[in-house]
Design a protein around this ligand. Sequence first.
Ligand SMILES: Cc1cc2nc3c(=O)[nH]c(=O)nc-3n(C[C@H](O)[C@H](O)[C@H](O)COP(=O)(O)OP(=O)(O)OC[C@H]3O[C@@H](n4cnc5c(N)ncnc54)[C@H](O)[C@@H]3O)c2cc1C
Length: 372
Amino acid sequence: MSKTVIIGGGVNGASIAYNLAKLGESVTLIERGYITDGATGKCGGGIRTQFTTEETCRIALESSKLFDSLAEELACDIELRKGGYLILAHSDKELEEFKENVRMQNSIGVPSRILTVKEIEAFGVEPYDAVGASFCKMDGVANPFKVSFGYRDRAKELGADIRTHEEVRKISYNGGFEILTDKNNYGADFVVNAAGYESKKIADMLGVSLPIEPYKHEIFATEAMDHFLDPMLMSFSKNFYISQTVRGELVGGYSPLEAEPTEDLTPTLSFAIRAKKLFEEHLPQIKSLRLLRQWAGAYDMTPDALPILGPAGYERFIQANGFSGHGFMLSPFVGRAIASMITGSERYRDLVSSFSFERFKRGVKREKGVVG
Ligand SMILES: Cc1cc2nc3c(=O)[nH]c(=O)nc-3n(C[C@H](O)[C@H](O)[C@H](O)COP(=O)(O)OP(=O)(O)OC[C@H]3O[C@@H](n4cnc5c(N)ncnc54)[C@H](O)[C@@H]3O)c2cc1C
């Protein structure tokens, strides 16, 4: 049995810890703050399979299926609601691209389809400037806190050592890894870097340079109203998404199309004003609703907007980062795939091969289905 140290207690670190513990591995997870302290606790909870690259669609599909039985597996209510994702097309050109995407998605088993303006209206959504949409009924939302805490609790029961409020300060390699925190010293055969946008800083400790940059994204929650919105409503070209929670609140995010990398995650008033106005164009039902709170988090963006899964620099220095705004929806798959990689199984090898660190040398097609 090998010993693994996971750095980062977001949904991916927690999922990997659970999946390793389930396979009987020795695992320690180290989180600087609390579980969900990073992007996971700021996330919109969306789960979708409608992407523009086949590689991403394949792992998103695998992950979406795992979400269906996750509540049972983790023995907790994860507030999973599969009302679909409705992605608006605002021009004929965009709609043509969506038709291409849908053809590719259908060819690998994603049951997406194109909607007319009339069909958009049937979802209680005002088309406004939309000329059509793509929709997939197997998409939806779940609660990122409940999913993460479920993984943490089951991992603990299976013997994982979960350390919170402890910061990794230094890592060295001399045949095995030595991890130095502000409180302890750990030895490990494998290190998993699941530190979100700060994964770059973790890799720097071992002299490995990851192409990850932090991009700020803002999001709000309104007061609750009677349920009227089943799908997650999204727009790539207007850069927004909004859904209604099981409690009736509307949770929506919007980002300016032009942005620079930053670690300053201060929420802004201009976001709240702009976003509310944008959503009201498509959801007039929310006009009288008040915003209750707003916050911001960071996407860990890679140059092609695809995650990094697998070794970098050292055979046993495993990356689970660079999620570029889709890390929550991929987490059930990521936990299984990384645990499988560490235990030497070939099961997910083909699916993860497109996401290797090595790809940056050859370059791959950019994932364009990103709100960010
Ligand atoms: C506003 C917003 C909305 C989003 N909406 C969605 C969505 O609808 N669907 C979706 O799939 N994704 C969404 N995302 C993206 C998603 O939140 C992330 O991709 C995902 O949560 C990443 O999880 P993670 O476990 O990889 O990283 P994180 O949750 O960022 O966890 C990394 C952890 O590492 C810890 N850490 C960092 N450095 C150290 C250190 N030195 N020592 C110890 N610990 C350390 C941090 O404290 C942090 O808790 C959204 C993100 C944002 C910001």
